[in-house]
Design a protein around this ligand. Sequence first.
Ligand code: FE2
Length: 287
Amino acid sequence: MTQAEIATPHVVQLDPDHPGFRDPAYRARRDTIARIALQHRFGDPIPDAPYTPGEQEVWRAVWEELGPKHTVFAATPVLDILDRFPLDRTTIPQLSEVNARLQDATGFSMEPVAGLIDARDFLAALGRGFFCSTQYIRHASVPLYTPEPDIVHELVGHAALLSDPVLAGLQRLMGEQVAGASPTEVQRLIRVYWYTIEFGVLWEDGVVKAYGAGLLSSFGELDQIRNGPDLRAWNLHEMAQVPYDPTQYQGTLWVAPSWERLQTDLQAWYADGGWRDRHYTNPSAEA
Ligand SMILES: [Fe+2]
């Protein structure tokens, strides 16, 4: 750490191997954008994030790569959703702009947070129609990679899924379950969210396609879904028990039989309290 960094503590802590760790201008913007989140109350007007021309260039570079990959790897219903909820591919949309459209579509709003938050808090907000979103963008030196969720992930991945009434309803349902859930139940809820909304894949005409936000926004991970991970038969009870590592490409994915089964099975699982301890033989061993 340099003397300047000791003298001026950062709001946002970055690991020494983060691409922006030694870029004072990037770190200053990360701190500025984090302060927006720290001063924000859910539901209040969201101040615009001060993106630089270089960051706008990152956004355009990401879309140039991701757009063509979506046509190959994204599930058809997701492509339809992306068509109905297009994002400006030349200028980073501000959360306030996206929210105006989301409000009309599903009532959801994306609310800025400074970084990753606790699973119970994230799900509880989801249940109230608030999606906790980062607002900063990845470092310009590696436009196709980010070690943490950024505005590319939130908008390219999550905004579209939140604009669809059925998927938005499912996500609200996922969040509503967390009230009164035990720690192991919260783990199961966030894992099913992770392996579906974040890293979900499904069968489409005998081919594995992506619908999860983490895949739709990841240039590197998207084109490996058919030959990288262990592709398992669709099983919500099983995925609810398998821990995940957000810092690595996902080693295991559960393939939904279809877009329709994805929705009906999730709704049935929640209606039945499928995440409840009573459905598991030794809940205390999972914690
Ligand atoms: Fe995400």
